[in-house]
Design a protein around this ligand. Structure first.
Ligand code: XUL
Ligand code: CO
Length: 445
């Protein structure tokens, strides 16, 4: 990737240049210790294993504001009162950051890139101008768009939902916004288009016709798919599950719920899953579990990499730094064949009291190094240890004979029942969980 890009008149991250790879012994906080984009692991360069993407919203719009307090971070690219001037400066800062970090992709909501106007027309004009500028930045830098999405949750009109809103006029507004955001994604060569159902859910069943709302969502997504395919969008449509927040009960609760929804509304040929770690843990699952569920249904698409805090129950969107979790994720990813059109988007934000500009680099570097190190560990576990064999052996009784016939669906219930008597009481076979856990720990270096 070329580092020589036009970054506007101003340099926002002064004193920081392209982040180098210096290896595990480096003490330089602004260098990669494990992420070496060209290093080949399991036959693929690291860069292609991860397809890392910077999240526009947290990284360039996040001020540290929370329900209890004002912004803590002054963003030098967001000082202008005119929202379009601020948007142009934000784009300069974003491309300066992304190229200095050296990641291949970015992701945005329409409203991160361009401010909402007074009406639909002005909003679309704003977005068109910013898309045109972003296109020039992409061409100059080689940075690509992993996915675009529409913010259908911030504006008060969406307080009762967007595509699931009981008011048809709001559904039409949501359609206008999705159409413009999908046009923008197509224009910028986006490889995917994401739906996170921000307020698609409900607060009280007393005033909610759930069946009707879900039918509307199914119809809406089908129409978006038809529009995109007619305009030769070949990328993947993705749904990002989350169990709660901001709605009490979100319709896209978890991966299994979304799979059933996609199948029910005949969307499973065009839509896949964008899975986020902190959303998985809020649903009571692990990230690895959710990836596996999606992959087993051939519906695994992309990842929002972050992590929650194990001691509380909301979406803290921390930069992923838990090496043990990362190893589990990479074990699953390697065994399901990795990412295709998807990538790893850092849907993560700095803590409110991390206020230096360099912290944004440090958060990303730590996460990229964690995942890169986990990739090498997972690769070693799969290649040099008994892990895969031990797991396979647990199912050995289905490899031949009548177990294999059962797997092929050739043994009916009566015959199965007769076999129980014939085979006698089975000797217990240990699941060896502690052995598996120890085996993973031995390779954590
Ligand atoms: C919210 C969330 C979103 C989506 C995109 O929890 O994860 O940022 O990733 O709308
Ligand atoms: Co997300």
């Amino acid at each position: 990737m070329s580092v020589h890009v036009t970054i506007g008149d101003r340099e926002y991250f002064r004193g920081i240049s392209r982040i180098p790879f210096e290896g595990p012994d480096s003490d330089n906080v602004l260098a990669f210790k494990y992420y070496d984009e060209h290093r080949v692991v399991a036959g693929t360069p690291m860069k292609d294993h991860f397809r890392f993407a910077v999240a526009y919203w947290h990284s360039f719009c996040g001020t540290g504001v929370d329900p209890f307090g004002s912004p803590t971070r002054r963003l030098p690219w967001s000082t202008h009162d005119d929202p379009m001037t601020a948007a142009r400066e934000r784009l300069d800062a974003a491309f300066e950051f992304i190229t200095k970090l050296g990641v291949p992709f970015y992701c945005f909501h329409d409203r991160d890139l361009a401010p909402e106007g007074r009406d639909v027309e002005e909003s679309e004009d704003n977005l068109r101008e910013m898309v045109e500028r972003a296109g020039r930045k992409q061409a100059a830098s080689g940075v690509r768009l992993l996915w675009g999405t529409a913010n259908l949750f911030s504006h008060p009109r969406y307080m009762n939902g967007a595509a699931t809103n009981p008011d048809f006029r709001v559904v039409a507004h949501a359609a206008a916004q999705v159409k413009a955001a999908l046009d923008a994604t197509i224009e910028l060569g986006g490889e995917n288009y994401v739906f996170w159902g921000g307020r698609e859910g409900y607060l009280s069943l007393l005033n909610t016709d759930m069946k009707r709302e879900l039918d509307h969502l199914g119809t809406f997504l089908g129409k978006v798919r038809d529009y995109g395919r007619e305009r030769s969008f070949e990328g993947t449509f993705l749904i990002e599950p989350k169990p709660m927040e901001p709605s009490k009960h979100q319709y896209d609760y978890d991966v299994s719920t979304v799979i059933a929804f996609l199948q029910r509304y005949d969307l499973d040929r065009d839509f896949k899953l964008n899975i986020e770690n902190n959303h998985a843990t809020l649903a009571g699952h692990s990230f690895a579990h959710e990836i596996r569920v999606a992959a087993d249904a051939n519906l695994f698409g992309s990842l929002d990499v972050n992590q929650g805090d194990p001691h509380n129950g909301w979406d803290t969107d921390e930069f992923l730094h838990n090496l043990y979790d990362a190893v589990e994720i990479m074990l699953v990813l390697l065994s399901v064949g990795g990412l295709t059109t998807g990538g790893m988007n850092f849907d993560a934000k700095l803590r409110r009291n991390s206020t230096d500009l360099e912290d944004l680099f440090i958060g990303h570097i730590v996460s990229m190094d964690t995942l890169a190190r986990a990739l090498m560990i997972a690769d070693r576990i799969l290649r040099d240890s008994s892990y895969a064999d031990l797991k396979r052996q647990r199912y050995g009784s289905f490899d031949d004979g009548r177990g294999a016939a059962f797997e092929r669906g050739e043994i009916g219930l009566e015959e199965l029942a007769e076999l129980a008597a014939e085979l006698g009481e089975p000797e217990p076979i240990s699941a060896k969980q502690e052995l598996f856990e120890g085996l993973i720990n031995r390779h954590l270096r």
